[in-house]
Write a protein that binds this ligand. Structure first.
Ligand code: ADP
Ligand code: ZN
Ligand code: ZN
Length: 672
């Protein structure tokens, strides 16, 4: 008899021992069915041992060893162990969270797919190149290409449209020709079918495993198995793809590495970007972090010599230049329905020339607030400390009164009330504007124009979004109105104007990361225009035209902006100069959450190297009926912080015992 030490999906930091007879082969990385309580569960063998700390008579035998998927490798376990320890989450939950649901269920795996005709794992790759690299691209390809076979971290700092994707494709072709796999990570929202199509065009005969959270379970399982069996040479996915076992990993690419969606906000709260660097290190291959606006963490790592920086300073397409960026001073120009006259004039000029314009406003719905001017009442969500957002009904032109109120935090919906619940006033007004209202205004201003609104409400399905974006790429739509969804990665040849409506709200935010994010967003969305011969123009409406952020944007001076931000962060003692972790508590009463955090802060003696701040309620304190508070820890020493977090999380009471649920967020990036 041997003892299998098994990781199970339970919230305790321990492994579970089971017996297995000597005749049954089993090794670390095997999935096994084991009895657990009254049920059976699928777990993963972490270790095979001769003995257990528990009396053999009390151990139960394994039900069976599953052989329908490849055994999980030692290097994959090393990744899981690291993530489990770094992000303070039990190994069992970490491992379970990394596997598609089907691999941890008792249901048999879906039948193996037939290889699609032509799409193979190992036939000669006919890489279909579309351009000869320009000198900057060639230099990047040469430098990174020379690093294949060993771990090195590169920042590919290329302005929008500089041909970063072409660099990835060429490097991937090299990796594939060596019989190895390429892992490409893209932001949640950025996994546009456009990019997928580009990869398929470049590698027409190669199987590409696409992995993201919106896939239905069978498709995700197939893609995962294709990757894990080594049958898909290219793995293209969102952050979760970094957790896939890959037997022959030869390169890792993280596109738009600055994007906040690489950070997982529940369960294992990992940074997909940092996990990608770790993954490359474990696999002994290079990692390429590509972006026009590096995260300050990555910029700092370059400065410290940990990452090597390669630059693509110019647009790649013949004749294409970066757009001209201008501010429109809202203190001088009066804005009608949210649009200053120069902005409307610029749109009119594009319409006359048959070019496309994009109006960017980072807020969906009709208006962010519904209020009563008689008594000051505003529609709030019953379950969240937030306003309800007014949404118009689908048909354009109908009064907003015919619409509904949505909570963007918990999803609650209700009808627009007929009258103010406080004073009975029937004249309730939507205040401010979102994409729907902007669309309405533009329709009234430009009745002949074809207006396309792109946000999460207008395009619920990925395929629908894909079709719309393709259409825009072919020139459909005169004016595009949209949120972040329109900002990322797209290539719209006829787009020559980008108008930004409400940038100022981010300037006034208390979150020290908001400037970094605003700069990145504006550079991204601005980067959608002028990608061919016709020059592009970006107009930013603001009451603060002299703000250094806008001045840097006008000069296309990312480096200057980054350095000034880093100087501010250093003097204020913020990341990346210190490391942070947040302990967050949730309870039905705020006082219970606060009391838990106060007690937690006193639980252990805190080493000098670590600073523990007072607990504070979240900005949006109540969400979906739950009160939330957090306390922040900072340290200049990552190991000191890690050591303390390990002791602390072991000492904190189990989430369920006091009615307070808690979690740790290491390297947190959201504080709302
Ligand atoms: P990025 O990923 O940096 O935004 P892309 O790779 O999408 O840039 O390239 C932008 C545009 O330039 C695309 O239309 C692409 O086909 C074109 N392009 C890329 N490299 C070259 C090149 N070497 N010569 C000509 N056009 C190029
Ligand atoms: Zn009222
Ligand atoms: Zn709500």
């Amino acid at each position: 008899m041997r003892v299998l030490r098994v990781a199970l999906d339970v919230p305790v930091a321990k492994l579970f021992d089971y017996l297995i007879d000597d005749a049954t082969p089993a090794a670390s990385g095997d999935r096994v069915v084991v009895p657990f309580g009254a049920r059976q569960r699928v777990g993963v063998v972490v270790e095979v041992a001769d003995a257990s700390a528990i009396a053999v008579s009390r151990l139960k035998p394994v039900v069976r060893v599953l052989e329908d998927a490849p055994r999980l490798s030692a290097s994959w376990f090393e990744q899981m162990r690291f993530l489990s320890s770094y992000y303070q989450r039990p190994l069992g939950e970490t491992v379970a969270g990394a596997l598609p649901v089907r691999l941890r269920s008792l249901k048999p795996l879906p039948k193996r797919r037939k290889t699609a005709a032509g799409a193979t794992a190992d036939a000669a790759h006919q890489f279909a190149a579309s351009h000869d690299p320009n000198p900057a691209q060639a230099h990047a390809i040469e430098q990174i290409g020379a690093a294949l076979g060993s771990f090195r971290s590169f920042l590919l700092h290329g302005i929008t449209g500089s041909g970063k994707t072409e660099v990835y494709l060429r490097l991937i072709a090299q990796v594939l020709s060596k019989g190895m796999q390429a892992l490409v990570l893209v932001p949640e929202i950025g996994l546009t079918p456009q990019l997928e199509a580009r990869f398929r065009r470049a590698f027409p005969d190669t199987r590409i495993a696409v992995l993201h959270s919106a896939l239905e379970e069978t498709a995700r399982t197939h893609a995962w198995l294709d990757a894990a069996r080594g049958e898909a040479p290219i793995i293209l996915g969102t952050r979760l793809a970094v957790l896939t076992p890959l037997p022959r990993l030869g390169i890792v690419v993280v596109d738009e590495e600055h994007d906040a969606s690489f950070k997982q906000q529940e369960g294992l709260r990992y940074s997909g970007r940092d996990a990608a660097v770790l993954r490359a290190k474990l696999a002994g291959c290079p990692v390429v972090l590509g972006t026009a606006t590096p995260s300050l963490e990555t910029w700092f790592n370059c400065r410290a010599g940990r990452y090597e920086s390669l630059t693509l300073p110019e647009r790649a397409a013949p004749g294409a230049r970066l757009p001209t960026v201008r501010t429109v001073d809202l203190r001088i120009e009066s804005a009608e329905h949210g649009f200053a006259k120069p902005v409307l004039d610029a749109i009119r000029a594009r319409l006359a020339r048959g070019e496309q314009s994009l109006v960017f406003i980072n807020r969906r719905g009709y208006a962010p607030v519904l209020s009563c001017e008689a008594c000051g009442w505003a529609a709030g969500c019953a379950r969240c400390s937030a306003h309800m957002v007014v949404h118009a009904t689908a048909e354009r032109g109908r009064a907003p009164g015919a619409g509904s109120l949505h909570c963007h935090h918990c999803g609650a919906r209700q009808k627009v009330p007929r009258e103010c619940p406080t004073c009975g006033n029937v004249d309730l007004r939507p205040l401010g504007r979102g994409t729907q209202r902007v669309e309405e205004t533009l329709a009234a201003q430009f009745p002949q124009a074809r207006i396309l609104r792109i946000d999460r409400d207008s395009t619920r399905k990925r395929t629908e979004l894909a079709r719309t974006l393709e259409g825009i790429g072919r020139g459909e739509g005169d004016i595009l109105v949209g949120t972040q969804l329109l900002a990322k990665g797209h290539d719209f040849p006829k787009l020559t104007l980008v108008c930004v409506l409400n940038a100022d709200s981010a300037l006034l935010s208390t979150d020290y990361r908001s400037a970094e994010r605003l700069f990145a967003t504006l550079a991204q969305v601005g980067g959608r225009c002028g990608r061919r011969e016709q020059p592009g123009e970006v107009l930013v409406q603001t009451r603060y035209p002299g703000h250094p952020l806008f001045q840097a944007l006008i000069r296309h001076d990312y480096a200057g902006f980054a350095e000034s931000q880093l100087a501010e962060r250093e003097s204020a003692g913020f990341p990346p100069f210190v490391h942070e972790a947040a302990l967050r508590a949730e309870a039905t009463r705020l006082e219970a959450a606060m009391a838990f955090l106060r007690a937690a802060a006193r639980l252990l003696e805190v080493p000098d190297a670590i600073q523990v701040y007072d607990p504070v309620p979240h900005v949006i304190t109540r969400r979906a009926g739950v009160e939330r508070a957090q306390l922040l820890l900072q340290s200049a020493s990552r190991p000191a912080l890690q050591d303390f977090l390990r002791l602390w999380s072991a000492a904190l009471p189990a989430s369920t015992s006091s009615g307070v649920r808690w979690h740790l967020d290491v390297d947190p990036i959201e504080f709302d």
